[in-house]
Design a protein around this ligand. Structure first.
Ligand code: LLP
Length: 437
């Protein structure tokens, strides 16, 4: 894919040297709202959701896409996905509460936590939210809470660890013998037998093997193992499933050298094979579930930031921004690449190599290393791309910096969907003991 097409796929283009996102001039946005600023593009979210939904529907109609709320929990974003018909996957009671606040009905929410507390279970059971258990020991605790609250034992699901994982960084690979998630093959029969004995009558089964997978072949081994596990449970326990959930993990092209994930290949490797298993006849008529976060949302957002300092120390050029790893932690945490471009490229100049750095007091605060850009100057704006997933949700107040505002663009209009924090937000919950007053 050529560079212009790669940008266009993210609804970005230069018009007479000015960067437009969703038909809106990014320099004007930065001037109007201030920086750093998260800019979210509604159309991209809707497009990605429809594309994935249509591709799955084409193979298997009985399916549900659960958006992984951890990727982006802004209520306006959740409402966009809700209006497209999405369901949601939450990893904490906080995420469930945010979904409920967004008007999402509990039967559209699944709770795939890990290391659940009794409070988590009480909240989920009390709100009739389906739980995906992460360990056998959690089953007794859950059942006690269901009984205490006088609720029915509806449906139960376990997260399986198929031992073959994949992902863009070791921290995002979530399957393997040394990984904390899910239950291994050797305990699966015990888990479902226990659930049967405790009186559950409906069952689901789940995997999530990792995050940021751009090559669909990386799903293959895990899926084969998963199907073997499912077949084993179906045979041994004569069990049918209400749903089979393949988790998230679909990657996006962060680097212009990468092409978008080949959805056709993904469908062939995951959905078609799933259909074959179902057609063999002993697992019931399960719903196909998937839990993408990044695929639906990453490309729908950019950060606009301003250069405050250009520095050349005789060896290296630095362009210092007002956004750092407090604003976007992925580069320092995972070594992740985020493409960074100029908002105003009208005076295209000699190309120089810069480290694009933030204002945080750590030398690791580098958002982009050795980036070639036409000569930069102080006060101009840069756009950091693909920040919609695990961008704002992982931002912090480190160095007592306030979190950025978020806006939503749609049909040429802009809406503030989160105000920038103010200094008082930073100290709002601090208490000075009497002897220090
Ligand atoms: N389902 C479960 C159970 C998950 O744990 C995750 C992500 C997802 C779905 C969604 O995965 P996705 O489709 O977004 O890859 N902070 C890291 C990513 C951590 C993902 C954790 N789990 C990053 O910035 O790359």
């Amino acid at each position: 894919m050529n560079y212009e097409a790669w940008l266009k796929n993210k609804d970005l283009e230069y018009r007479d040297g000015i960067l437009y996102f969703g038909d809106i001039n990014t320099v004007n946005l930065a001037n109007q709202y201030g920086t750093p600023l998260y800019v979210n593009n509604e159309q991209i979210i809707r497009d990605r959701y429809k594309k994935l939904k249509n591709a799955i529907n084409f193979e298997y109609k009985n399916n549900e896409i659960h958006f992984a709320v951890k990727a982006n929990s802004n209520i306006a974003i959740l409402r966009i996905l809700k209006s497209e018909g999405a369901s949601f996957d939450c990893t904490s009671s906080g995420e469930i509460r945010t979904c409920l606040k967004a008007g999402i009905s509990p039967d559209k929410i699944m709770f795939t936590g890990n290391m659940f507390t009794d409070e988590d279970f009480k909240f989920a059971v009390g709100h009739d939210v389906l739980v995906n258990l992460d360990s056998i020991s959690q089953l007794d605790r859950l059942v006690k809470i269901i009984d205490d609250l006088g609720k029915e034992k509806r449906i139960i699901s376990f997260r399986i660890n198929p031992e073959f994982g994949a992902g863009h960084h070791p921290h995002t690979i979530t399957a393997g013998k040394n990984i904390k998630f899910g239950i291994l093959d050797n305990q699966v029969i015990e888990a479902y037998t226990k659930a049967l004995n405790l009186g559950f009558m409906k069952f689901g089964i789940h995997i999530h093997i990792g995050s940021g997978i751009i090559n669909p072949l990386d799903f293959e081994k895990a899926i084969e193992k998963f199907f073997a596990i499912i077949a084993n449970i179906a045979d041994k326990l004569d069990m049918v499933f209400e749903f089979i959930d393949f988790g998230g993990g679909l990657g996006i092209p962060y680097n212009p050298k990468e092409d978008p994930l080949n959805l056709g290949d993904f469908i062939n490797i995951v959905v078609k094979k799933f259909k074959e298993i179902v057609e063999r006849g002993n697992v019931g008529a399960p719903q196909f579930k998937i839990e993408p976060g990044r695929y639906l949302i990453a490309e729908a957002s950019i950060i606009l930031a301003q250069i405050n300092t250009i520095k050349y120390n005789g060896y290296k050029r630095f362009a210092g921004l007002n956004a750092g790893f407090n604003t976007l932690i992925r580069p320092i945490l995972y070594g992740s690449y985020h493409h960074i471009i100029k908002c105003d490229n009208r005076n295209e100049n000699e190309i120089l190599t810069y480290d694009i750095v933030g204002p945080i007091c750590e030398s690791g605060d580098v958002l982009g290393k050795n980036r070639e850009l036409s000569k930069l100057k102080e006060n101009e704006y840069l756009a950091i791309l693909d920040t919609g997933a695990y961008g704002f949700t992982m931002s912090s107040n480190y160095n007592s910096r306030t979190r950025s505002a978020e806006i939503l663009i749609n049909n040429g209009c802009t809406h503030i969907i989160r105000e920038a924090e103010k200094f008082n937000d930073l100290i709002a919950h601090q208490i000075i003991p009497d002897h220090l007053k």
